[in-house]
Design a protein. Sequence first.
Length: 355
Amino acid sequence: MLDFFKRKPEVIGRLVIEGSDLEAPIKPGQSVLQAATVARIKFPNMCNVGECGTCRCRLREGKVKLKRDITHHVSIEELEQGYILGCQAIPEGDVVVQVPGLSATDESTVATAGTITSLHKLTHDILEMNVALDHPIHYKAGQYARLSVPGEASLADVERNYSFATHRESGEATTATFFIRHVPGGRFTDWLFAADRSGATLQLSAPFGDFHYRPSERPVLLMAGGSGLAPINALLQDLKASGMTRPITLLFGARTERDLYFLDEIAALSAAWTAPFAFHPILSHEADGSEWSGGRGFVTEHLARLVSDLSEHDVYLCGPPAMLDAVIARVEGAVPRERIHFDKFLDQGSLHPAH
């Protein structure tokens, strides 16, 4: 199928992106993602260490070795179907890979333009952004889109990942909502927060990610931090619409009371739930003398008090890496790994910290 060139000793194979004319040489020890990146192929990626799941793709031909367990992003069934993480897959020779957004043979993602119809301030540093889409899209609650701004020269080639903040009510979605936190120095969010961007055109491709609800008969423990409430809210809306009646515990970690938002909407969901629904906002840096009467400290400090038996729960986590790492370390001993699902909200500052 592939017309390979005569390989030099330092090249062990060829990476081909199915359904495209993109290909790259593979050197010993390189991952699929590394080979693509060296060849300047715009392979979706973010963390490069197997934590975010952005480089998820499908192996169509060839063999790879995995550097680590990736079942927190790819189920055993999906592994058997060839799904891998590009950053954790080391080719043993020639490989053909189907990549969302690159492979013409991949029909799982759609690219469309969209118009920002409204922006609403949720907190001092989080906006709700509503977008009308030129073409409808299909996504699962919990998944995310990749956004860029074609009309701004400095942002046209800058893609950022944002989770859908609401569920898709029926059929294909013609609008999309995102909760976006301002990251000082971040090119996209500096632009978005600098002025009213209503009417601006975005380029959007979706869906991406494997964070979504896995049906079971167990109670559900949800945790969110900051703008990580977006996919959690989408999950809750979707579960409510489906008639799900499992008990819910939602922990929302924030720094101070001014960082809390969407409380009325969560209260409405809780009131309409037909099973027990416990909501606990917890503040890590609230001033000692404030009138806040809720939980203080970190969410990990409250787990034993608020969740009677972790082992009976399915766990869904969204938020900053430090919070998620601490929670995962806390629950892993009680909850099987395959029942812990998470989406780390990594920004460019956390990926490339200043020295």
